[in-house]
Design a protein around this ligand. Structure first.
Ligand code: ZN
Length: 221
């Protein structure tokens, strides 16, 4: 099934699917649960557009590569190019929408790579490693420091975070990213995961929410 960005009302978004820029350890309690130190500067990595899939109809995970962890994350759709130290106003103007997403991670593989000091791509960039729900237009969000993200699996709330808890808030985070490399329309920012990550299993039933704003059901095929 081919993925294309879309809004919650079903409108297709005619941005190409770009890269997915992610930040690691952006919530203190999550860094702690994986025994990671809190970074002194933002820890960035990129997933390619080829790994993006939608939530509709469920999604597949690798079954023979060790544990696959969910990381529910507030995901930001970029609608205008950003580069060269953009101002906060330029970043706000470039944000097109928000969706809940899953940064899927081959956790055993990542731990092995981390212990050897090697890059993480193999653990983070496999096909299907970025699961995105449809976006709600940015005009609906009055306070970017109060966006909730919640993941429920098989009826149990596993992650329940809020952008208020981010070590790097959304706008300065995107300013930092755009100073490192250009962002383009169609790129997505995954803003880090709150505490509560864990393994996914085939057959799991998921509810992914931007709390009080949008809600999507999905499942692991
Ligand atoms: Zn993540």
């Amino acid at each position: 099934m081919s993925y294309q960005h879309q809004y919650v009302d079903g409108t297709r978004i005619h941005f190409p699917i770009g890269k997915v820029v992610c930040i690691g350890r952006n919530y203190a309690e999550h860094a702690k649960e994986l025994d990671n130190p809190i970074p002194t500067e933002p820890l960035l990595f990129i997933k390619p557009g080829s790994c993006v899939v939608g939530t509709e109809g469920g999604f597949a995970i690798p079954t023979e590569r060790g544990s696959v962890h969910y990381e529910a994350e507030i995901s930001v759709l970029i609608g205008k190019p950003l580069s060269n130290n953009p101002s906060a106003e330029e970043v706000l103007d470039a944000i097109s929408g928000f969706a809940p997403g899953l940064d899927l991670t081959l956790r055993d593989k990542q731990s092995e790579l981390k212990s050897k000091g090697l890059p993480w791509e193999v653990a983070k960039s496999f096909d299907g490693a970025c699961v995105l729900a449809p976006f709600v237009q940015s005009a609906e969000f009055k306070d970017l420091a109060d966006i909730g993200i919640r993941l429920t699996i098989n009826g149990e709330v596993r992650q329940d975070g809020n952008s208020a808890l981010m070590l790097n808030p959304i706008v300065p985070m995107i300013q930092y990213m755009a100073a490192c490399f250009s962002l383009q329309a169609g790129d997505v920012i995954m803003t880090g995961t709150p505490v509560g990550v864990g393994p996914l299993n085939v057959g799991d039933e998921l509810v992914l929410e931007l709390t009080g704003v949008s809600r999507f059901e999905s499942s692991v095929r």
